[in-house]
Design a protein. Structure first.
Lengths: 239, 239
DNA sequence: CGGTTCCTTGAGATTAATCAAAGAATGTGG
DNA sequence: CCACATTCTTTGATTAATCTCAAGGAACCG
């Protein structure tokens, strides 16, 4: 919950080899031609983050934006007295940071080892303004993100603890390619699941063991999960 | 909570007089030149909605998008068994509907008398793609909307009923130009406040009367509100 | 004025949070 | 590879917050 002081993210010197970037096709850069890509490449640098390291802090001036190359990161906000809410999880090819805005409304923190391709916000804003394709791609992404955020608002505002946990498990299984019987390694700690679901950690834990007792899942320990009864989970998640 | 069947929205014949549109400067159309504006004008029509009328239904195909000209509308989703969550409130010059997407993830319903300038979604998508300024303006708006949605996620996930109601009152006071001592007419019913805050209607009601007992506000009846102690409310809202 | 809808209030049930402590899992240095 | 420290997870008991159910009062609408 509490963000410990973290060491400085390490910056790789070999910045802008965009042409053979692993997310070239799916990230917003996919909209650029060779010339634009070359120009953008000169502006960016690659940053490596260890789990727990924070790239952007809530409330700070919005200085960086970028694309996730590898790993998962959380976007989170905190109340005055330290209660945390995770407001989004990002995956490779997702965009992070707040372009066209003075400050960052949430922190961005690595959940796993992660690599991110970052740009100075001001430079990126200018570049985007002269490359309509980037803005168009970013618009589509942002609209999707907004849909997701609003769906999550329904979960946070109107669903019971049981429904919330079932929804999250299904979402993780889908996003991480889980299948019945196949063990899946959860990328989130119980506390992070709680912070995402707006619940206490104990409630998440209890709900998961109840699901196990009811034969919906198996928990072989060590943050691993086996799906047993997808239809059952779906019935619960739907309310 | 339950959406009653509503009559068909009435469509005004005098569609496209964009040049003297009341939200011309602040809506996304502000980015267009005279020619683009003329072209867009031919595509749009104006729709009048009475309070409670729904323009777009959750789950339906995304057929319409548009700008709010006058009034307030709510964006809402519903669980399988009918629990409602309001995921956004829109005001004049705000954009509504889901461009570049197959279906609409939430309903759009008038809270007050409202007028909206609407476009067929497909036609708008095409227009936007050939007018970068529109996409740029829409992107900025969508980013702001996403920030708001995420801030609300913190409220829904981590704040107490008391904090939620205080936050909402402050937001309404600010958005509607309230000031200490000046009576303000709330545009939301208690049920709608509850649906926005993820609370039961009784909890909202009780919290408001408690705020009145504590001298933070006065409730002269009839959905009217007088602010008495802004600092007090802010102290509560912050947590 | 009578009907309808909206709002408030009370009592009791229920859910989830909190407090507390024991039990895994993970990592570290010997 | 093991013993120990640390962190994460589970479980239990209790408390607190909010919801639900129920009913009376206020506002609003022909």
């Amino acid at each position: 919950m509490l963000q410990l002081a973290t060491s400085r993210p390490s910056v790789a010197p070999d910045a802008g080899r965009c042409a053979d970037c692993e997310v070239r096709a799916s990230a917003i850069c996919g909209s650029l031609d060779a010339i634009g890509l070359e120009e953008l490449g000169r502006m960016g640098r690659k940053v490596h983050l260890r789990p727990g390291q924070t790239l952007l802090w809530e409330g700070d001036e919005s200085v960086l934006v970028g694309n996730v190359l590898e790993g998962m990161l959380k976007l989170s906000t905190v109340t005055g007295d330290g209660r945390e809410q995770i407001v989004g999880i990002v995956f490779p090819s997702d965009f992070i940071g707040r372009p066209f805005g003075k400050d960052s409304h949430h922190s961005v923190t690595a959940l796993t080892e992660a690599r991110v391709c970052v740009f100075r916000r001001g430079a990126f804003d200018g570049f985007a303004d002269s490359h309509a394709g980037i803005e168009a791609a970013l618009l589509r992404r942002t609209l999707d993100e907004l849909d997701r955020a609003r769906r999550w608002m329904l979960l946070l505002g109107r669903m019971s603890a049981t429904e919330r946990v079932a929804s999250l498990l299904l979402e993780m299984i889908d996003r991480l390619g889980g299948a019945p019987g196949k063990p899946l390694s959860l990328p989130l700690s119980r506390q992070q699941m709680a912070d995402l679901l707006g619940l206490a950690i104990e409630t998440v834990s209890r709900t998961m063991t109840r699901f196990e007792r009811e034969g919906l899942i198996t928990l072989p320990g060590g943050r691993r999960l086996v799906l047993r009864d997808r239809a059952g989970l779906e019935r619960i998640a739907t309310g």
